[in-house]
Ligand binder design. Structure first.
Ligand code: ZOZ
Ligand code: NAI
Length: 736
């Protein structure tokens, strides 16, 4: 039997009509428009197969063990390349008078899965994954997928797949009825067997466009609830909502009209700007894998060392999550605490996390082996760290303590072991100076909760070796995190850019705003959580301790220091005052908000705080004024972005996409805006500069509002596109 081969490494989709007829090969990929050769070849091939009476059935499969990862995303932003009419080809497949069977191996994603939905039968390898990830790229499955999938698997499951873009394993696809069969062995042979078996059987019932959408007893109510849920989860991202509307159209309209609606909605998304931002974010995440440092070390030449066994020191908030992450990645761990009391507390917490993770994984292929001491060992004995390949220190944020630990590690650990610190802001070089092997010392900054958050900021010091950076990056990959390599400065990249943002948020309260107004503005912008709810969650005492350490507040503050000034700059003592009033956030039920109980999560505006703010303003002679949403957003976001330009100019990060990946994955910045620097590029740098100038003039005692020189330069050279920014940075200005 002749067969088509729909080849899908992620960027290519080729068609191969087998030997006894003819051979056609084409690419739906970087080289070709979507409407190009492969679609033509599919169409030609199907027509030839249809016309050839010796052909009784057709099988479509991939090459190299992959069905297809869909269209080439790079082609989407080029207007010429948008016209790819995959939909009509899917219809053509479906209308074939000869049975067409899809043999799905590896992945069938996006347009690849839509092709499979056009087939009359689908057979998948047990290890295959399927999904319609268009929503994650700011689009919807525009090749008729929103109309066919609900007809095949019902509205709830289709809505879930289409609005989240999740990839589902073959076993789940079988349960949902997305595939007819799964096989452990040769998928192609099984598909051919199936094709032979169904020759001559009526195809009508297999054509999804002819099927009604399965009814639900309460479809209206279901859709109403789903609409609310999708909108809430989308947080300003258009694609999930429009995906929802397309699926709803399938429930209300005949197939052909549903397709028209799908096309209209697709066009809205394509021109929304969010699709471009999400596609930028997709490639940014991959671009940061190709790290480089200003001294010339890079991913292309540095080799990682194997990590067969790791240790974590300190089982507090961060250490627990880090241990969990390592165990989930199948790396044996030694977990160390300062004494038995802390050890037992830490062990309990780790076990609880691991049990929860194991429950989530139940039914999946993977299991968690954490009761075996060879895989997870708890100790207070540093001697057990002798043969580990990597240590992650997560003790209190205290330089003297960290130096003491690193000194000890450098004496105990084997010479090649990588010594990592999870410090959130301390100087990596100073920590490394306590060891005899600074080339092996590196910052691995996890984000809380460490077993959940995807970001791993990797900080190299003056002496960190390229191989140490490569090992940390490899670790990130093993832990299924996204590693971003950055230079060493106070707060590194993420926290450094966060300082001016939080600073502005507090200044806004001084001037007349309220925590709920500031949070609302930023949550409406798309942040998962505004700065005040975030501070309450993290604990206000954490920053307080750090400011005490820096001499900004507390007993070491020189007498006579003005309340709202430090080192000649504006300073707000509000967060310190809250702590002095015993308000530490969620942990004791009061902070910027009040909570139902200690550890409670429901933030309610607190009249006490409103009153406190009024008194504070009276005390300091501040005239309360109304602050609108625009000013809240501009002051918080543009000051953060301004710091981003400083980070780039100083060579702390090698490109704006690094900053964007950090913010999207570590700080809840809305992905559909691309990240802070991409967002700045879409707002337009001249506008960002003008606003910063305005606010800086109004607040001359706030240096972080003063526009950065690199931003000014980019505006002066004509606001170049983001991918050209770094070329305007002269070598001399990038200091290490
Ligand atoms: C336009 C109007 C007309 C409609 C046209 C028809 C409609 C459509 O056809 C709609 C679509 O399909 S949209 C595309 C849907 N597909 C996806 O979103 C898959 C995205 N890729 C993945 O999930 C993983 O890469 C994957 C699971 C595939 C592999 O993961 P890995 O971890 O093994 O590999 P990665 O590191 O992610 O990727 C390796 C390299 O491949 C690049 N790449 C991946 N998917 C791509 C894609 N779909 N298009 C272009 N490049 C893609 C990726 O950037 C990376 O490149 P390098 O960083 O240079 O190595
Ligand atoms: N909490 C957070 O959200 C984040 C914290 N970090 C950083 O991670 C580090 C740890 O922070 P948390 O987990 O929040 O602190 P934590 O206070 O919750 O835990 C620290 C743990 O270290 C243990 N410890 C102290 N001295 C020790 C010693 N000599 N030997 C062994 N264990 C010792 C303590 O007993 C405690 O369990 C800090 O450097 C912090 O700045 C980084 C990212 C986020």
């Amino acid at each position: 039997m002749p067969r088509f081969t729909l080849t899908g490494s992620h960027t290519s989709l080729s068609l191969d009509l087998f030997a006894d007829l003819h051979k056609v090969k084409a690419l739906l990929a970087s080289a070709e428009p979507v409407s190009g050769a492969v679609l033509q070849a599919l169409e030609d091939g199907l027509k030839k197969a249809g016309a050839d009476s010796s052909v009784k059935a057709v099988m479509i499969c991939g090459e190299n063990g992959k069905f297809s990862a869909g269209a080439d995303i790079r082609g989407f932003s080029a207007p010429k390349k948008r016209g790819g009419a995959l939909g009509p080809i899917v219809s053509l497949i479906e209308s074939s008078e000869k049975p067409v069977v899809a043999a799905i191996e590896g992945v069938a994603l996006g347009g690849g899965l839509e092709v499979a939905l056009g087939c009359h039968y689908r057979i998948a390898h047990a290890k295959a994954r399927m999904g319609l990830p268009e929503v994650t790229l700011g689009l919807l499955p525009g090749a008729e997928g929103t109309q066919r999938l609900p007809r095949l698997i019902g509205v709830p499951a289709a809505l879930d797949m289409i609005t989240t873009g999740k990839h589902i394993p073959a076993t789940e696809a079988l349960k949902l009825g997305l595939v007819d069969e799964i096989v452990e062995e040769n998928t192609i042979e099984a598909a051919i067997r199936l094709a032979n078996k169904v020759i001559g059987q009526p195809l009508g019932p297999r054509r999804l466009s002819l099927k009604p959408v399965p009814k639900l007893p309460n479809m209206e109510a279901f859709l109403r609830d789903a609409a609310v849920r999708v909108k809430r989860q989308a947080r300003g991202c258009l694609a999930p909502e429009l995906c929802f509307q397309a699926v709803r159209a399938a429930t209300e309209l005949p197939f052909a009209e549903g397709l028209r609606r799908e096309r209209e909605l697709f066009q809205v998304l394509l021109s929304s700007g969010q699709a471009r931002a999400l596609q930028y974010a997709f490639f940014a995440e991959r671009a940061v894998h190709r790290w480089a440092t200003p001294t010339g070390a890079s991913w292309s030449s540095a080799a990682p060392q194997p990590v067969r066994r790791a240790a974590v020191i300190g089982l507090g908030t961060m250490g627990r999550g880090i241990v969990t992450s390592l165990v989930k990645a199948n790396i044996p761990v030694v977990a160390l605490e300062q004494d038995l009391e802390y050890l037992n507390k830490g062990r309990k917490a780790v076990m609880l996390l691991l049990e929860r993770e194991a429950m989530k994984m139940e039914g999946g292929a993977q299991t968690l082996d954490f009761h075996n001491p060879a895989r997870l060992q708890f100790t207070v004995d540093f001697d057990l760290l002798r043969d580990v390949d990597l240590v992650i220190e997560a003790v209190f944020e205290n330089m003297a303590l960290k130096k003491e630990i690193f000194h000890k590690l450098s004496k105990i650990c084997k010479p090649g072991a990588l010594l990592c610190t999870n410090t959130s802001a301390l100087n990596i070089d100073e920590i490394a100076s306590a060891t005899s092997r600074p080339q092996q010392v590196i910052g691995t900054h996890f984000f809380s909760p460490a077993h959940v958050m995807r970001l791993l900021e990797i900080i190299y010091g003056r002496h960190t070796s390229p191989s140490a950076i490569a090992t940390a990056m490899q670790l990130a990959k093993t832990l299924k995190k996204v590693g971003v390599v950055v230079g060493n400065c106070f707060g590194f990249v993420g926290n450094r850019m966060m300082f001016p943002y939080v600073e502005q948020a507090v200044f806004l309260l001084e001037e007349g705003s309220r925590p709920e107004a500031v949070d609302q503005a930023l949550e409406d912008f798309g942040f998962k959580i505004g700065p005040f709810r975030m501070s309450d969650l993290a604990g206000l005492d954490v920053g307080w301790r750090s400011r005490q350490g820096q001499g900004l507040t507390g007993p070491s503050l020189p007498a006579g220091t003005p309340a709202r000034q430090r080192h000649g700059q504006r300073y707000s003592p509000l967060p310190d005052l809250l702590c002095e009033h015993g308000r530490f956030g969620q942990k004791n039920a009061k902070g910027w908000y009040q909570y139902e109980k200690a550890g409670g999560r429901t933030a309610t505006p607190d009249p006490w705080l409103h009153n406190f703010l009024s008194q504070y303003r009276d005390t300091h002679g501040i005239k309360t004024r109304f602050i609108d949403q625009e000013e809240i957003l501009e002051r918080c976001l543009f000051s953060l972005i301004n710091e981003g330009f400083a980070v780039l100019a100083e060579g702390i990060a090698s490109g704006p996409e690094h900053l964007d990946v950090i913010y999207v994955n570590g700080y809840g910045w809305p992905k559909h805006t691309g990240g802070p620097m991409f967002y700045a590029s879409t707002v337009g740098l001249p506008r960002v500069l003008a606003k910063l100038q305005k606010y800086s003039e109004a607040h001359p005692d706030v240096p972080r509002l003063r526009p950065n020189a690199f931003l000014k330069k980019l505006v002066a050279v004509g606001n170049p596109p983001i991918k050209e920014w770094m070329s305007y940075l002269s070598q001399q200005s990038a200091k290490l």
